[in-house]
Design a protein around this ligand. Structure first.
Ligand code: GLY
Ligand code: MN
Ligand code: MN
Length: 538
């Protein structure tokens, strides 16, 4: 080999290394996703196939789509970030005509040089085998003719479709994959997953739990118009003795034997798995939360009354990007004054926040895991007596909620504790006269799981170690509320991300100040943005 060739090769080697070093290296490894698929398999009833689809691509306008985001269940089980893919997991090993065995099949987006020039690299079959560690990988176009007999399983479990995907040109897009699945699995045109799961509840009802089943059915009948004429559901609700209930149960069993489709196993299995975070997941989730807490601190330093809601949002999101967070886990909420009373206010278009409180509920998404942190701060750096009075109630409510977030407590405990403090506080200030009125000013829950989704999958049962929840009480007093005018327009939410541990709750977002004193202190600090001047535009 000539000297020149050698030096060219070594230059290429270093360029390759340099390029690969420019990419993040802390994604969850293929082994994590593989181990999670094994965990799913362990929870499945015998002879079950689960079928998961990649998220749909969604159109923003004309020929522009929204930035693609993978379905969190799909990402959890594959690490695959592209659309137009199907994953099938089997509870037991299957054998093909050639005697090869497999317990999962992954159909992925085909490589296409022209498409990749416009929208970016695809892994393709080879890349998925090499990088994501799957063995049985095929192009999506092979799904249709693949000898896969869904009718031979006792359960074919999937998350039902929301019918919010488009048929794009070209073959093997999500539309085609779902169409193929429906044909292969004998999916009836009137399939209703909720009816299906209520029938399941009836089939397993007994003398001890039939009242509970009736209550569940009643709740669903009230909520879902399309179920209201269902004879079986109505008959079960009206049945007044066990004999009639048994007759209905038998009818349901006959109907159930006619289909193996199921939409209740998979969400339950995923909730059970996703609510308990592994150490690898915790690393990413903690990072997302700490990034978001730093965002709050930087905004506290930069805040002044002439700032717009959008600029405040921009500062948070800039901090996220500086740390390598790809997205926000949900549209950022920045509400000055009474805008904070709109719980999920995302217009963020007030041009000056003035002397009001600013409610900032934002979360960085880092490698799929999202934070959810809220701070409410006075734009001018000092809480007014009224603002402080409301703030302190919410703070004490949050403290009570966090203290109640302990292993073994039921999921509702933090809310119960927080609501009690808010109720007493509002009574003491004369804002309400009756405890029942507290919900007018504190109209939401206090906690949800956090993870790949901001409102993450979980069973909402008693707390276990390594679960992460939010504790987020709030008080919102819109204009024209039935109380003294001096409270109008005050909206406060404080939201932290709490890790449940054997030795007590840990506040993962605690780095961002929460007391009025600590917030006022940080707001006195200079910000690098103080000297960031831009030219005036017409
Ligand atoms: N940011 C949405 C929530 O707090 O639940
Ligand atoms: Mn939340
Ligand atoms: Mn939030």
């Amino acid at each position: 080999m000539s000297k020149l060739t050698l030096s060219l090769l070594s230059a290429l080697f270093f360029v390759t290394i340099a390029i690969s070093q420019d990419l993040p290296t802390d994604y969850l490894p293929a082994d994590f996703h593989k181990e999670r698929r094994d965990a799913v398999r362990e929870k499945l009833p015998p002879n079950t196939a689960v079928v998961l689809f990649a998220n749909a691509e969604r159109n923003r306008a004309n020929d522009v789509d929204y930035v693609y985001h993978q379905d969190p269940n799909f990402y959890y089980l594959t690490g695959y970030k592209e659309p137009n893919a199907v994953l099938v997991i089997f509870s037991e090993k299957q054998t093909d005509a050639n005697g090869n065995t497999f317990d999962e099949i992954f159909y992925v987006q085909e490589r296409n040089a022209r498409a990749e020039q416009w929208t970016g690299k695809r892994l393709g079959v080879k890349g998925v085998k090499e990088k994501l560690g799957f063995n049985a990988v095929y192009n999506g176009s092979e799904f249709e003719n693949f000898p896969l007999d869904f009718t031979s399983f006792d359960n074919v479990s999937f998350v039902d479709f929301h019918n919010d995907y488009r048929d794009k040109s070209g073959s093997a897009d999500l539309f085609d994959l779902i169409k193929t699945f429906k044909i292969k699995a004998n999916y009836p045109s009137d399939y209703n997953p909720i009816r299906n799961s209520l029938y399941k509840r009836i089939a397993s009802a007994n003398a001890d739990n039939s009242n509970e089943v009736v209550e569940t059915i009643e709740r669903y009948l009230e909520r879902y118009e399309e179920l209201q004429d269902d004879e079986i559901l109505n008959d079960f609700v009206e049945a007044n003795d066990d004999e009639i209930r048994d007759e209905i149960k038998n009818k349901v069993l006959v109907i159930q034997r006619s289909t193996n489709l199921d939409s209740s196993i998979l969400p339950k299995v995923m909730a059970e798995l996703r609510q308990d975070k592994t150490p690898g997941e915790m690393k990413l989730l903690k990072k997302a939360i700490e990034i978001s807490a730093v965002g709050q601190i930087e905004v506290m330093k930069a805040m002044h009354p002439n700032m717009s809601e959008a600029e405040i949002q921009g500062v948070h999101e800039y901090v996220y990007k500086r740390y390598g967070a790809e997205y926000e886990g949900y549209p950022s909420i920045v509400g000055g004054g009474h805008n904070g009373c709109i719980l999920h206010y995302i217009e963020n278009n007030k041009t000056k926040v003035g002397d009001d409180l600013v409610l900032m509920d934002l979360g960085a998404e880092y490698h799929g895991y999202t934070a959810d942190v809220t701070r409410t701060i006075p734009a001018n750096g000092k809480f007014s007596p009224e603002q402080k009075a409301i703030y302190d109630i919410v703070y004490n409510a949050q403290e009570a909620g966090i203290a109640a977030s302990v292993v073994g407590a039921s999921f509702g405990e933090p809310h119960k504790a927080a609501l009690e403090v808010v109720t007493q506080g509002l009574m003491d200030l004369g804002i309400i006269k009756d405890a029942k009125e507290a919900r007018t000013y504190f109209p939401h829950g206090t906690s949800h799981y956090l993870g790949l989704d901001v409102h993450d999958a979980g069973t909402y049962q008693a707390f276990k170690p390594n679960q992460v929840i939010t504790v987020e009480p709030g008080i919102y007093i819109p204009e024209n509320s039935d109380c003294d005018e001096k409270w109008w327009g005050i909206a406060v939410r404080i939201e932290d991300d709490i890790l449940i541990r054997e030795d007590g709750p840990i506040n993962l977002s605690g780095m961002a100040p929460r007391t009025t004193e600590a917030i006022e202190e940080v707001m006195k600090q200079p910000s690098p943005l103080d000297s960031f001047k831009l030219p005036k535009l017409d």
